[in-house]
Design a protein around this ligand. Structure first.
Ligand code: NAD
Length: 496
């Protein structure tokens, strides 16, 4: 019998009272793995109220103690990395190796959270005026919430709750309804690591549950990662309700290929970055811009892409897995079909099949050339194993093309010239730049810094920016009188 996934409320894994559930399916076979409940308003209110209560003690817990919880959690996650990756692969479809990477990049953020005492330290200055000193503290906000997408069910929840909680907040996580088993396991391991009751709550559902979070008066800050329209909705509704919001959204990431680059390495990197994880990465390269004679490498690219074999998560020969759902596959197929009338499709993965898994959401590697900027395949985030190529004559044209795109999540340039690379990284209007690195996702001592239409907000995910996002700064100005003589009323605002 297929079970209902529990909610994690007030320190307990409990069955939801909701009558509405959604199916979580294995993308290889459509087998139903579990049902995920759409939490009731009452359950969400209960989660928020439990998190508010827990905040009263958690905010007073010394940062070194909070850091020790993160150390224990990091060790447990490492111990369970393989098991987590297997759960993740089954519900998401990505290959086991890729799933292990998903878990690992989350563990790295937990390691960052274990450094929280240093990250929370304020600033001090003596004698800001005569015998007056100033110093600042960072203090937590209260109850924070996170809404996460399907494509990184371990890494993205781990971008959020460990740092928010290490800062002294309590947290409500609403994971993607498409692969919620991994986040539930993350919560179980958090309890096993010693997390006190109430500091993390997991509620499940979709739009209705998100909207209740966005308008709940006791929730102070929202972290969101997902698609552009939902990101805009979350940012607008959250800020309208006077919350702090950071919303990471979709992308169209370009790789610029210079003719002086190492051909074989460029082609191989381009293949991995475009079709890896079936192209379902917000930092996937979806457009390659060939500058000058490098366009002659497109045939080699096609041959290299043909070698990638999609298949089940547990086969070592699988290059990538099926798409997350039948609906996602239909959407991508329809974009490929439209693309055929807009550009040249020189490799078409639309009819790809895997014999042992005839019901899998398969699409094979797909390659378009001569793609015009006004085409719908260029303007839309396809989120499938589809790479578009364009040709330009100069680096300046490539920069102008990338800068005209409304998104600004990631980009990369492959070149042997330091001068070219410097010009590109300086002039490109994109938040994360790789130089001979195709997917430049920063490690957590930096922050994940998408720009333009790929991000709504001010302070980014993880690193120092996330610590600022999840805290308030309190600045103290202090003086101690000496002697008997008063100086009289100071009628100005000057301190001397
Ligand atoms: P999605 O926007 O469909 O869902 C994200 C979350 O929002 C889920 O928890 C979902 O339940 C909820 N949601 C869905 N529709 C909603 C609605 N109408 N109102 C309120 N909440 C709603 O995204 P997805 O398909 O799960 O993820 C893929 C998208 O995420 C891609 O666009 C990808 O680029 C983006 N993404 C961005 C980043 C980044 O860092 N910029 C990282 C990963 C994924």
């Amino acid at each position: 019998m297929v079970s209902n996934l529990p909610l994690f409320l007030d320190g307990e894994f409990v069955e939801s009272k909701s009558k509405k559930t959604l199916e979580v399916t294995n993308p290889l076979s459509q087998e139903i793995l579990c049902h995920v409940p759409c939490a009731t308003k009452k359950e969400i209110d209960q989660a928020v109220s439990s998190a508010s209560n827990a905040f009263l003690t958690w905010k007073e817990t010394p940062p070194p103690e909070r850091a020790r919880l993160m150390m224990a959690y990091q060790a447990l996650l490492k111990e369970h990395q393989e098991e987590l990756a297997e759960i993740l692969s089954q519900e998401n479809g990505k290959t086991l190796e890729d799933a292990k990477g998903d878990v690992w990049r989350g563990i790295e953020v937990v390691e960052q959270a274990a450094n929280i005492p240093t990250l929370l330290m304020g600033e001090t200055l003596e004698n800001v005026a005569r015998e007056i000193d100033s110093y600042s503290y960072t203090q937590p906000l209260g109850v924070c919430a996170g809404i996460t997408p399907f494509n990184f069910p371990a890494m993205i929840p781990l971008w959020m709750f460990p740092l928010a909680i290490a800062c002294g907040n309590t947290f409500i996580l609403k994971p993607s309804e498409q692969d919620p088993m991994t986040p539930n396991r993350l919560a179980e391991l958090f309890v096993e690591a010693g997390a006190p009751k109430g500091i993390l709550q997991v509620i499940h559902g979709d739009k209705e549950q998100v909207d209740h979070i966005l308008t709940h008066p006791e929730i102070k800050a929202i972290s969101f990662v997902g698609s552009v329209p939902v990101g805009q909705h979350v940012y607008k509704t959250g800020t309208e309700n006077l919350k702090r919001v950071q919303a990471f959204a979709g992308a169209k990431n370009h790789m610029v290929v210079m003719p002086d680059a190492d051909k074989q390495r460029t082609v191989e990197n381009l293949v991995g970055a475009s079709v890896g994880a079936a192209g379902q990465r917000c930092m996937a390269i979806s457009v390659a811009i060939f500058v000058g004679q490098s366009k002659e490498w497109i045939e080699d690219l096609k041959e290299e892409m043909k070698k990638v074999v999609p298949g089940p998560w547990n086969s070592p020969t699988s290059g990538f897995g099926p798409l997350i759902s039948k609906a996602a596959k239909e959407r991508v197929l329809s974009l490929i079909e439209t693309g055929k009338s807009e550009a040249n499709c020189i490799l078409d993965g639309s009819d790809y099949e895997v014999k042992e898994f005839p019901d899998g959401n398969w699409i094979g590697p797909t390659l378009f050339t001569d793609v015009p900027t006004e085409s719908s395949i260029y303007k839309t985030e396809i989120f499938g194993p589809v790479l578009l190529t364009m040709n330009v004559d100069t680096l300046e044209e490539a920069i102008s093309l990338v800068n005209s795109n409304p998104y600004g999540n990631g980009t990369s340039i492959f070149t042997a010239s330091g001068r070219t690379a410097r010009k590109y990284r300086h002039e490109v209007e994109v938040g994360q730049v790789g130089i001979n690195i195709p997917i430049p996702v920063p490690l957590p001592f930096f922050s994940f810094t998408g720009w333009k239409g790929s991000f709504y907000g001010d302070l980014h995910a993880y690193g120092k920016q996330a610590v600022r996002f999840y805290t308030e700064t309190k600045t103290v100005t202090e003086r101690w009188f000496q002697g008997e003589d008063s100086e009289g009323a100071n009628l100005t605002i000057k301190l001397e």
